[in-house]
Design a protein around this ligand. Structure first.
Ligand code: SDX
Length: 423
């Protein structure tokens, strides 16, 4: 057994802790019982050096810029599979055969309708409410409509619950969009594939034909796939923390939606476009690069940098290629791309960014594609939610199956007042 030794120089005490090998990537040191054995806790601001669980869903190599879903490289999945096949892979651990795919895909279509009562929830919101606030409320309502007999010890029941929320998320996101646009709600069309159906619910009107091209469906399908899962990021960690208390799985997903909303996380895609529009022209880029490098200036280059990737985000590579392929077919905003390309060209050669391993991440490119699909900026993070829902649910299922999983309860370094009496 490989061990890790901690020598406490204050007490002279030496303690050994088991090193657990990982299938891929760094091993972990099991520090269970650390406090009682060495008299101290570890301190890890932001948990960037701490494994909070064991998982077999996604692996990321930040140095290489590698991302595997159940062992398959994201680039290969993006070229050969569709989002629903990848949902099956992430949930079940293997790609579906044609029979498994047809049954799963059909069930997702059937489950895309939410309970009719949820429709009335949207009327309560002001039409200028942020879609992420409205979407998280609608998903929270799902745990009110689907709480009966939720026996999460039953694997099939949990899978049924997983398929239900994957299927309903696009419908709730589309209802959210229609609400803030003041448009009538459009229901899912069972004859359409998942991603096409979402574009249909965004664009259709009660009368007239809805134009949706295969190119657009494939582009958005890839975007959903690239967002499907990403190891223990902030929102997935939030979902696992809520799931560890035994809360309703949809309540855990709602917590994930709200964690994702932050602009340091999933909210960055909306901020990237807002930032490109604020910069406004190529000749202003240098000024904003200077601001991004200035430690006194809170300005950050949205879509750049990552907690784990210290190389190109592999998803960004797929999206950049897709964006350039789509440039002439769906009319991507060339002015924004010109500014984005100028930022990338400077940042990738500037010592400040190179020294800090700051590369474009997934959010740097997704926005220009979504904008070209006619999707409003405020809907970019709800699109991220649609893609990521399968990852969140898969982590909840994995956590439920881990009999050793404990409730999340980290400790702290207390730096407050010592005990004192009330005067
Ligand atoms: C996502 O975790 C995941 O997997 C998330 C995600 C997923 O799929 O779930 O990949 C999705 O959230 C992608 C990231 C989207 N966010 C952004 O694009 C926002 C802009 N990026 C930064 O806010 C930042 O890079 C973070 C939050 C993403 C990462 O922050 P880190 O790793 O904690 O970096 P840091 O704050 O420790 O910064 C290290 C240095 C600092 O400079 P020094 O103090 O060393 O002088 O790099 C600088 C930072 O000031 N820096 C930046 C910068 N990001 C970091 N400087 C300018 N612009 C930036 N974007």
């Amino acid at each position: 057994m490989a061990t890790f030794t901690i020598m406490n120089n204050m007490s002279g005490q030496k303690s050994e802790f088991e090193i657990l090998e990982s299938t891929l990537g760094a091993p972990v040191v099991d520090i269970s019982g650390l406090r009682s054995r060495v008299g101290a806790y570890t301190y890890d601001n932001g948990l960037g050096e701490t494994a909070t669980c064991q998982s077999s869903i996604t692996f990321i190599d930040g140095a290489k810029g590698e991302l595997l879903y159940r062992g398959y490289p994201i680039e290969e999945l993006a070229n050969k599979k569709n989002y629903i096949e990848v949902c099956y892979l992430i949930l079940h651990g293997e790609l579906p055969d044609s029979k498994e795919y047809n049954r799963f895909e059909r069930d997702i279509r059937v489950k895309s309708y939410p309970h009719e009562g949820i429709k009335y929830l949207f009327r309560a919101f002001p039409d200028n409410g942020h879609p992420m606030a409205i979407l998280s409320s609608a998903v929270s309502a799902l745990s009110a409509f689907h709480h009966q007999h939720l026996n999460v010890k039953d694997d099939e029941e949990f899978m049924e619950m997983a398929r239900r929320i994957i299927a309903k998320m696009p419908t709730l996101a589309a209802f959210t969009y229609r609400h803030f646009m003041g448009y009538p709600l459009i229901y899912p069309d069972m004859e359409r594939y998942f991603t096409e159906n979402f574009l249909y619910m965004l664009r259709a009107f009660p009368t007239g034909k809805t134009e949706i091209s295969d190119v657009e469906v494939r582009a958005l399908d890839k975007i959903f796939m690239l967002h499907a899962d990403h190891e223990q990021n902030a929102s997935t960690t939030t979902v696992r923390a809520v799931g560890s208390t035994g809360a309703h799985p949809y309540a855990a997903v709602v917590a994930g939606i709200n964690a994702l909303w932050g602009r340091a996380h999933g909210g960055a895609n909306e901020s990237v476009i807002a930032q490109l529009e604020m910069i406004g022209s190529v000749d202003k880029v240098d000024e904003f690069i200077r601001r991004a490098k200035n430690p006194e200036d809170s300005f950050r280059l949205m879509g750049f940098g990552h907690r784990v990737y210290k190389n190109f985000d592999p998803r960004a590579k797929v999206l950049k290629k897709l964006r350039d392929e789509l440039r002439d077919t769906i009319g991507i905003n060339s002015r924004l791309i010109e500014i984005a390309d100028r930022i990338e060209q400077i940042a990738l050669n500037d010592e400040y960014f190179v020294k800090r391993n700051l590369y474009p991440n997934i959010d740097f490119y997704s926005g220009t594609i979504l904008e070209a699909l006619g999707i409003r900026k405020k809907m970019f993070t709800p699109i991220f939610v649609i893609g990521r829902t399968v990852g969140w649910i898969a982590h909840l299922i994995e956590q439920k199956k881990d009999s050793k999983q404990k409730i999340y309860r980290p400790r702290q370094r207390y730096i407050g007042k010592t005990r004192r009496s009330v005067p």
